[in-house]
Design a protein around this ligand. Structure first.
Ligand code: NAP
Length: 280
């Protein structure tokens, strides 16, 4: 019998996940279908119970349900618990178990593009929101040595550091301090929403002090090349956008459901084509 997977969110019409996962099921000859479910906040508990009752085999969770779903699941993996957000649910013995593949997806994509592991590098994360939390905690879990955080709101960066269950050497910086110290960093990870369409000319900080041998990863993928990436490229740094992270978080979810890791290049290409074929 065909298995049913999906993604729940509100809104959900824009989601790229169905195209990515249905292509992977077809390419790998797996008899399954992935459906976008538009679930409103007030219907979340009923939706999770309903999905269990009708036998949905696993699903992704997107905005605004990533945190609200946690108490509705039978179990939440410790990393997802620390991050405080679930983006992937698997079904095991009729139990729903929540995971977060965003941080691992990001790190896999970054290591690949960087050409080696970044864990012993001096890393700066710009931003302290949900995506930064997933990346920072997963870097911590994997043993990153030194990860500094720069954010507009100092309190949020401070909470991020204090609540991290893994030992990471971290200095907290104001954005202006990070601008001054930028030459210290091998890897700069941009996780704020600044530069996202339609505010495409905006940058979270100036890059006058970036080193030409630094690597800048901006997790935004629309536009494919942010103003920050353009500026970093002009200063000689290597750059990457957020498409690889998106493709890998999906590929890792798919692997949790099926045991097979689909081709992230193919997944990335599908999203890129849906965005209009723009490359960075
Ligand atoms: P979030 O939790 O709302 O966090 C937003 C972050 O941006 C915070 O650090 C916030 O700083 C900062 N920020 C927003 N407006 C700012 C401004 N005008 N000046 C300075 N800082 C500002 O959002 P999120 O879920 O982490 O997502 C952030 C971005 O990552 C979005 O563009 C999202 O599309 C992207 N993303 C990409 C992927 C992927 O797979 N590639 C996955 C997840 C997210 P304060 O703390 O000071 O408010």
């Amino acid at each position: 019998m065909k298995k049913l997977y999906g993604v729940i969110g509100d809104p959900i019409g824009h989601s790229m996940s169905p195209a990515m996962h249905n292509d992977a099921f077809e390419t790998l000859g797996i008899n399954a279908y992935y459906h976008p479910f538009h679930i409103k906040r007030e219907d979340l508990a009923a939706a999770v119970a309903g999905m269990k009752a009708i036998g949905v085999s696993g699903f992704n969770v997107t905005v605004p349900h990533k945190t609200a779903i946690m108490p509705l699941l039978d179990e939440v993996d410790p990393l997802a618990q620390a991050i405080g957000a679930v983006n992937t649910v698997i079904r095991s013995d009729n139990r729903y178990i929540g995971y977060n593949t965003d941080g691992e997806g990001f790190i896999r994509g970054l290591n690949e593009e960087y050409g080696k592991s970044v864990l012993d590098k001096h890393i700066l994360i710009i931003g302290a929101g949900g995506a930064a939390r997933a990346i920072y905690y997963t870097l911590g879990q994997q043993g990153a040595k030194r990860v500094d955080i720069a954010n507009r709101t100092a309190e949020k960066a401070s909470q991020l550091k204090e609540r991290c269950p893994y030992a990471v050497e971290t200095e907290l910086l104001a954005l202006i301090e990070a601008e001054e110290k930028l030459g210290d960093y091998d890897i700069i990870i941009q996780t704020t929403s600044i530069g996202m369409s339609p505010g495409v000319d905006k940058m979270p900080l100036r890059l006058a002090n970036i080193r030409p041998d630094a690597f800048l990863s901006d997790i935004i993928y629309n536009p494919a090349q942010t103003a920050l990436m353009k500026e970093a490229g002009l200063r000689g740094a290597r750059v990457q956008n957020g498409l690889r992270m998106f493709a890998y978080q999906g590929a890792l979810a798919f692997e949790k459901w099926t045991g097979v890791l689909p081709d992230p290049d193919r997944m990335e290409k599908i999203v890129q084509d849906k965005l209009g074929g723009k490359t960075c």
